[in-house]
Design a protein around this ligand. Structure first.
Ligand SMILES: NC(=O)C1=CN([C@@H]2O[C@H](COP(=O)(O)OP(=O)(O)OC[C@H]3O[C@@H](n4cnc5c(N)ncnc54)[C@H](OP(=O)(O)O)[C@@H]3O)[C@@H](O)[C@H]2O)[C@@H](O)CC1
Ligand SMILES: [K+]
Length: 502
């Protein structure tokens, strides 16, 4: 697990390091600057002529220190300072003076195109409002110059907590950020402005308010490996049995992809409940699956369904299900009779968006896996509103539907009701944006929820972390598939195959 800190939490950690642990602020700044210099000297940057563009706060102080350290290493480094010197932070004032003492030249009206690298040290986590005046002009000129930019802590103009552009922002080739990633570096559009994000330890003594909300984190490969470890004593019945309710007459593929993903994600068994017309294609495509069938406009096979629901350790409902009258009856029946974790995806979400009453009386733990369009329908908001606030919109759906919500987008966020906790997914690429990819994620999520259901209580992780691990595995599988071809050619079946390589 990696913690991700908001601006307020990072400031508290800085304060704790300085005031409680006793590390002077200038020492932290020196370490911050050195970590940027190390990046600049790794051989991938042309440091022929470097300009550090500094704002009035401590981010500017970092920039001045970087220019000075570069100068001592024989690099032609200059400073361009913005803002009223009377309002400089103590750190910026001190660093600017030290840079002067070392003979770093300060320029007044630079032509940014003359430089080989620009250090963006205008604003860091202290940015407090949209950029205007000289700041905005500088940011726009830096962007227009086309010169590679190294951003210090966060690209100037990106909101630290949401990733929003505050009217204008620097587009960096890479960002060296201190101690922890920040949400704004991981969410779009901040993620695209940050370039490669390099998290560097500068000796922050943590007390970022562990209990404080909102809490952000990201799961890592080690978390996934730990979760997927199988006990040698287990058998196919103890690794998780998943019931998949998917596929209407025209949508057998969704059922097949989802069920295949279940099996490829470590579940012991899968059973598919699908429309009668899918009988032959399902068994041809997936001989490992067991199945039960329902017929459009005929009574549900309730006895068989009750047995299936009692057998399952987790249930996935929705992929390719359609919104037909019988599909809705099936969903309502499932919701009312499921006691194990229930993953609701695609048409199940569309039916719920139209009639939230479907979920009334549900006793199961629920995981909703909407893409942003489905989320907007669930929340009766616009897509743009949901996009502006990735964590908030996921959290709102979790609260509204008393569930765990996996908000699928270029950056997937998982939230759980009752806690202001968010998992930001760091794996994946545009390769995942392909037909059937959502069916695969639903299957992985079902398999992981079933595995968790089979764990002894003391080993059980939260439902949100389980869902976050599924999103992470899905992203990693997409990356593995992309390595074999290219993002444009990856299909959902290849994402499933990619699961074997993570
Ligand atoms: N604490 C430490 O010791 C360490 C800190 N470190 C570094 O410091 C950074 C945080 O420093 P910081 O808190 O001083 O904030 P920073 O981002 O420089 O900006 C604040 C200044 O900008 C101003 N301002 C803001 N928005 C504005 C706008 N739109 N337009 C105009 N002005 C605006 C704001 O003015 P005000 O809002 O008060 O009017 C204030 O003057 C952090 O990201 C890291 O790089 C590391 O070296 C590790 C040790
Ligand atoms: K910056």
């Amino acid at each position: 697990m990696k913690r991700i800190l908001t601006a307020a939490q990072m400031k508290q950690a800085d304060r704790n390091t300085i005031e409680t642990m006793g590390v002077p602020s200038l020492v932290l700044m020196e370490r911050a600057a050195l970590s940027c210099v190390e990046e600049l000297q790794n051989g991938t940057w042309d440091t022929g002529k470097v300009l550090a563009v500094c704002g009035p706060g401590n981010n500017g102080g970092d920039g001045a220190a970087i220019a000075r350290i570069l100068k001592t290493k024989g690099v032609d480094a200059e400073l361009f300072c913005l803002g009223n010197p009377e309002k400089y932070s103590e750190g910026m004032r001190a660093q600017k003076k030290i840079a002067e003492n070392y003979g770093v030249r300060e320029v007044k009206n630079p032509d940014f195109r003359e430089y080989t690298v620009i250090i963006d040290a205008i604003f860091g986590i202290g940015v407090s409002r949209p950029l205007a005046g000289e700041y905005r002009r500088a940011v726009e000129a830096i962007c227009a110059s086309g010169v590679p930019v190294l951003a210090v802590d966060i690209p100037s103009g990106i909101h630290t907590d949401t990733g929003e552009v505050l009217d204008a922002a620097v587009k960096a080739r890479a960002t060296v950020t201190f101690a922890c990633a920040k949400p704004g570096l991981l969410f779009d559009p901040g993620k695209r402005y940050a370039g490669e994000v390099l998290v560097r330890d500068i000796g922050i003594g943590f007390d970022a308010g562990e209990e404080e909300t909102p809490w952000y984190g990201s799961v890592e490969k080690e978390d996934l490996d730990r979760f997927l470890t199988r006990t040698p004593m287990g058998n196919k019945g103890t690794f998780g049995k998943v019931l998949v309710l998917a596929g209407s007459g025209a949508m057998c593929g969704a059922a097949v992809l989802c069920a295949r993903a279940v099996l490829a994600s470590g579940a012991g068994m899968v059973k598919v409940v699908t429309e009668e017309r899918n009988r032959t294609p399902l068994f041809c495509a997936l001989p490992e699956a067991m199945a039960d069938f329902w017929k459009e406009d005929e009574p549900l096979p309730e006895e068989a369904l009750l047995q299936d629901l009692a057998w399952a350790d987790a249930v996935v409902a929705g992929p390719g299900l359609s919104k037909s009258r019988t599909a809705k009856e099936l969903l309502v029946f499932t919701v009312q009779h499921t006691e194990v974790p229930l993953v609701l995806d695609a048409d199940a979400l569309n039916l719920i968006a139209e009639d939230a009453e479907i979920l009334s009386g549900c006793r199961a733990e629920k995981i909703l896996t909407p893409h942003v369009g489905e989320l907007a329908r669930l929340l009766h908001m616009t897509i743009a509103e949901c996009q502006r606030d990735p964590a908030g919109s996921a959290g709102r759906a979790a609260e509204k539907y008393q569930a765990c919500c996996v908000r699928k987008d270029s950056v997937t966020v998982t939230a759980e009701e009752g806690r202001e906790q968010y998992y930001i997914n760091t794996s994946g690429s545009s390769a995942l944006a392909t037909a059937g990819s959502g069916d695969v994620l639903a299957g992985i999520t079902g398999a992981f929820a079933a595995k968790r259901q089979c764990e002894k209580n003391e080993k059980k992780i939260s439902l949100a972390k389980t869902a976050a691990l599924a999103a992470y595995a899905h992203g990693k599988a997409g990356e593995a598939a992309e390595e074999k071809s290219s993002a444009s050619y990856v299909t959902a079946s290849e994402i499933i195959r990619g699961l074997q390589s993570i």
